[in-house]
Unconditional design. Structure first.
Length: 285
């Protein structure tokens, strides 16, 4: 949907779950000297100003990253994540929030490459503006493409170093996105079975969302990890985001143990009512 702008939701509880996991995976992959690629099908604008008109309309960050900002007892997985956001806000006030592309840029190295897709014409322009301030090498590490990330991803697999994190996180405002993720994941695994794939999805009162995790589990016999965080009771009118999930294929070995500590903490800090809860499931081979 070209009406979707992530700035309305930047730093909310869904971003906290997604980005804390992305930070952990990238830090794990970067432990080896061999190059890696980061591929993002729906990159967004890269960085968001939390005092902008978009972000303050619903101020969703106030029930997400803002609640973690002042905590001094963060579990390791969340401490790694918040440290990246502090790096973007060196004055100490929470003003800017990094999207996945900015986090990937910060956590990758000179030998690594980023391949970012964004279909929204305004978002890709802002993303390019943001990266123009980051790229200083003659050979840029990041390639930004204005187009459909589902289609574009297939042309890049397998990546030359045979090591990559692939993030699929459309807005799902179009219910066809659920099936497109499933189809893209199946096709991608045939090209690049050893990659790490991270799939974000919203918890909303829509059948496609409620059955999505079970469909993802059937995609591959590879090891997978499923983490979800519900922060409030679904609304009576049937609308709104009450939680989100992350499904990771070929996850890092330590991610599950870190989430066992981080998820109960997030329920306590980000939970908005007594229905707040989490789920953590794992399949290993």
């Amino acid at each position: 949907m070209l009406s979707y702008r992530h700035a309305f939701h930047a730093g909310n509880h869904a971003d906290v779950l997604k980005h804390s996991i992305i930070v952990h995976i990238l830090r794990h992959l970067a432990q080896k000297d061999k190059a890696l690629w980061y591929l993002d099908t729906h990159a967004g604008a890269g960085v968001y100003e939390l005092f902008s008109a978009y972000a303050t309309k619903n101020a969703e960050y106030e029930t997400g990253i803002a609640r973690l900002w002042t905590q001094r007892d963060l579990p390791p997985l969340l401490a790694e994540y918040v440290a990246q956001i502090r790096a973007l806000n060196p004055a100490g006030d929470l003003r800017f929030y990094p999207g996945s592309p900015w986090l990937a840029w910060q956590l990758t190295r000179s030998q690594d490459r980023l391949r970012l897709f964004e279909l929204h014409p305004t978002e890709i322009k802002v993303l390019r503006d943001n990266f123009s301030q980051l790229e200083t090498d003659q050979k840029p590490r990041a390639l930004l493409s204005a187009g459909d990330g589902f289609t574009g991803l297939k042309t890049l697999l397998p990546p030359p170093p045979r090591r990559a994190l692939v993030l699929l996180d459309p807005s799902y405002e179009d219910k066809q996105d659920y099936q497109r993720v499933l189809d893209t994941l199946q096709q991608s695994l045939r090209r690049f079975a050893t990659g790490t794939y991270a799939i974000w999805y919203p918890q909303v009162q829509r059948l496609e969302s409620q059955r999505f995790a079970e469909q993802l589990k059937k995609i591959s016999e590879k090891s997978w990890l499923h983490a979800s965080l519900q922060t409030c009771q679904p609304s009576l009118d049937g609308y709104g985001l009450y939680g989100s999930g992350m499904f990771i294929l070929n996850p890092p070995y330590a991610l599950a143990e870190n989430l066992k500590v981080a998820l109960p903490y997030l329920v306590r800090i980000l939970g908005q009512d007594a229905t707040a809860t989490f789920k953590l499931e794992q399949h290993t081979i």
